[in-house]
Design a binder for this molecule. Structure first.
Ligand SMILES: [Zn+2]
Ligand SMILES: [Zn+2]
Length: 792
């Protein structure tokens, strides 16, 4: 949830050096200049708008009591669009006050029509609870807001169904509870005026595709009762939000993206840790042979680690008296950064190290408040934290933010950078690149960060593995009719035919009927196979679930598994029982699973014939097996060893994008025949690393395969596929943006300063072949051939 952007007042504190001077001193420290770009993000003056004429005085007064004297322009614009009956998505930055954009039309309608109702959906119970506090705090007569989720006591449920006019829930509860019980909810659904979908960028991939159909089922039930609610969506900044919202809801949606809330100026530096001199390069530890793969080369560390660099920067800013927050991905990483910074400070001035601390997700509320207080008053000057700090913590008045590694999306990056800056004060933000192709690309391509948003929220409602079970759920709620085919979209007829053939549906003159007694079991957050439960051995406590597809990677025996910032080690993965037993432990290493893959083409959906180059999108069958895992030292990234695993193969029918090149074009580009495998393999690794630039996905969502001769394409080929049954939209997005995606891949490789390839460009920590063979210069030649021929 976000409060509207009210100015904050911080305690008095010496502001320290100006960001520009501070940055100059930081970059003058070492031999070379690690800064690749400095962006000055100017302060923005907020643009307030008058209250819309339709907003009733009592609502304005309620907001005024909460400190909102007038809406910002984007809030008023989105609110009026929705009030006039248009579906709208507001996609603006953190703390820009998106909640007012939906609260205003929804609450105005509830006040004007004493029968109308509103359904609010949040991805988590915690967010729904926050929003409940905000709406209840307005103290509006007759709204009676209430949360309805798995924790709601039975005794209260009936009261909520009958009397609440602002019900806050989550998609899982809508799917498992509200829609199957639509008869009991008929009074509420009949009068439903608005559906609010908060943080809708979290509905991506397979989960997002499921939610898209849950929303279609909701629209279908409303239509049966004669209601056509207006959808209002709120999203973090993202690429093409109108299209994503349209896919999610199945409706035409207007986007409001111009952020009119005020913000302080930020000097934003992109920082690439220097390459280590060759003699100091940590030697590769010989890897144990994994399966039938003889791993000869391995990840060699050639750059200073982002953690060490961040620790030094933290020590330097604290020494300057600058209040600094460092964001580090893992809790262990945050502790390493804090410990190293403390040591460096104590070496310089004994006792100074005490002003740096690590901040972890697991802290009790009182401990967190104490840290906040110490930082606010300057007793504490430096804090290293996981992004747990993004949630439920109120820190104001920081002078600098260090971000150790790109956090995955621009939305998170801005959320973290947005922590810096007191009202009216300039602040410094530094993104420290990790040794990863995407980080390398970004520090050399500031336009991808500061220019137009590039990553889009991707989902694919046509995925047959999602569509068929969702249609089964819909059929239980009410028989499917030909009119429903358009609602559920592409592939609905084929999916229904399959359900009929499988004996799940029966066709009658009035529609398709569910044949069984029991409802189908469909988990929105799982897929295909059953999800694997993560259980704490000592207590039997269920920590959470991981979908079957990722479980071999994340929960193999010996894996270090992070859950809400706490580190666990897996004792045993029991696939027969679908559970992984874990214990709390924070070793000095992280684990990286590796797999080997076989792939065959099933069908081609679309292709581009570009002379010697072909670009394809289609279905493939992937057989993969996680064969080993690598342990890497957290502080340095150094490889400790590679350990074999004994896991079964997995079969996956999914969607892939692939490109082929003629052997002749490779030869004339100067790629020797013997180097073709290494060239394609290196291009594949980097291409996978850069795909998150185009679509919000991470490593576990995508896989790849490259070969100098594939039996199905009869040519040198690179495949990149969705790691989810039926595909999740990532390969499709890659195909749609192929030239931009491969251009970025090519640039990331070419711009890495290493000589023969490193983890910042063409090496991959999850490679099943031990990063062998790889040819960095030839990968650039391969991608040049593709880009020269492929239409933009
Ligand atoms: Zn490199
Ligand atoms: Zn590989």
């Amino acid at each position: 949830m976000e409060s509207s952007a009210a100015p904050t007042v911080s305690a008095g504190h010496d502001p320290g050096p100006a960001p520009v001077d501070l940055l100059r001193r930081l970059r003058a420290r070492g031999a070379g200049d690690p800064v690749t770009h400095v962006e000055r993000v100017p302060a923005r003056v907020g643009v307030p708008a008058p209250w819309p004429a339709w907003a009733p005085p009592e609502l304005r007064a309620a907001f005024a009591r909460r400190g909102v004297v007038a809406p910002w322009q984007h809030q008023a614009e989105a609110a009026t669009l929705a009030y006039d009956g248009g579906h709208v998505i507001v996609a603006t930055g953190t703390a820009s006050g998106k909640s007012l954009a939906y609260q205003l039309p929804a609450l105005a309608t509830l006040l004007a029509d004493p029968r109308a109702t509103v359904l609010y959906l949040a991805p988590t119970k915690a967010l729904a609870a926050d929003q409940l506090r905000a709406v209840a705090g307005l103290e509006l007569e007759g709204v009676r807001p209430a949360c309805y989720d798995g924790d709601t006591p039975r005794a209260e449920r009936e009261w909520i169904r009958r009397h609440s006019r602002f019900v806050l829930t989550n998609p899982d509860m809508l799917h498992h509870g509200i829609l199957p019980g639509h008869a009991q909810w008929s009074g509420f659904l009949r009068r439903l005026a608005y559906v609010v979908i908060d943080e809708c960028h979290t509905y991506r991939g397979v989960f997002g595709s499921h939610v898209a159909h849950v929303l279609r089922r909701l629209r279908r039930q409303c239509a049966r009762f004669g209601a056509t609610p207006v959808f209002v969506l709120a999203s973090a900044t993202s690429g093409d939000p109108a299209t994503a919202a349209g896919r999610l809801t199945g409706l035409p949606v207007t986007a409001v993206t111009e952020d009119a809330s005020p913000r302080g100026g930020v000097t934003f530096a992109l920082w690439e840790p220097p390459l280590l001199p060759p003699d100091s390069t940590a030697p590769a530890v010989p890897a144990q042979a994994a399966g039938d793969h003889d791993a000869t080369t391995d990840l060699v560390q050639v750059r200073r680690s982002a953690l060490r660099e961040t620790a030094d920067l933290l020590a330097d800013t604290v020494a300057e008296g600058v209040r600094t927050l460092a964001f580090v991905r893992s809790r262990k990483g945050a502790e390493v950064v804090a410990a190293n910074a403390r040591r460096a400070l104590d070496d310089a001035v004994p006792g100074l190290g005490g002003r740096v601390a690590a901040y972890r997700g697991g802290y009790l509320r009182e401990e967190r408040r104490e840290l906040e207080r110490a930082l606010l008053h300057g007793d504490l000057l430096g804090l290293a934290s996981t992004n747990a700090l993004e949630l439920g913590v109120d820190l104001v008045g920081l002078d600098a933010v260090l971000i150790c590694g790109y956090p995955g999306t621009r939305a998170s990056l801005w959320q973290q950078a947005g922590r810096a800056g007191r009202s009216g004060q300039e602040a410094l933000a530094v993104l420290v690149a990790r040794d990863d192709p995407l980080d390398t690309y970004l520090v050399h391509h500031p336009e991808a960060i500061f220019g137009a948003p590039v990553e889009a929220t991707v989902l694919d409602p046509a995925n047959p593995y999602v569509l068929a079970p969702q249609l089964a759920c819909a059929a239980v709620e009410a028989p499917l009719t030909p009119a429903d085919l358009a609602l559920f979209g592409d592939g609905a007829k084929e999916a229904i035919d399959q359900l009929v053939e499988a004996g799940a549906l029966r066709q009658r003159p009035t529609g398709w009927y569910w044949r069984h007694r029991e409802r189908p079991e469909v988990d929105l957050r799982g897929e295909g196979g059953a999800p694997v439960c993560v259980v704490e051995s000592a207590t039997g406590r269920l920590l959470g679930t991981v979908d079957g597809g990722s479980s071999h990677f994340l929960l193999h025996t010996g894996a270090v598994y992070l859950h809400q910032g706490i580190s666990y080690v897996v004792d045993d993965l029991d696939l027969a029982d679908g559970c992984a037993l874990v214990h709390v432990e924070e070793p000095d290493w992280s684990t990286h699973a590796r797999d080997v893959t076989d792939l065959s083409v099933v069908s081609v959906r679309s292709y581009v014939d570009a002379g010697p180059v072909g670009m394809f999108l289609g279905e493939v069958d992937v057989t993969s097996q996680v064969v080993s895992y690598q342990r890497r030292r957290i502080a340095t990234g150094e490889v400790i060893d590679t350990r074999p695993l004994d896991l079964p193969t997995r079969e996956l029918r999914t969607v892939a994008v692939w490109f082929t090149l003629s052997p002749r074009s490779l030869a004339s580009a100067g790629v020797q025949q013997a180097d073709v495998p290494g060239a394609l393999h290196a291009a594949e690794h980097a291409a996978i690393g850069l795909l998150p630039l185009m679509a919000t996905c991470d490593r576990w969502d995508i896989g790849g395969l490259s070969t100098a001769l594939h039996p199905d394409t009869e040519a040198p080929t690179v495949f990149v596929y969705d790691g989810h049954p039926g595909g999740a939209g990532f390969a499709e997005r890659a195909y749609g943006t192929a030239s931009a995606w491969l251009r970025a891949t090519r640039d990331a490789i070419a711009e890495c300063g290493c000589e023969t390839g490193c983890p910042s460009c063409v090496q991959s920590p999850k490679c099943g072949n031990g990063n062998n063979p790889l040819s960095k210069p030839d990968a650039i030649r391969v991608l040049d051939v593709v880009l020269e021929n492929l239409p933009a």
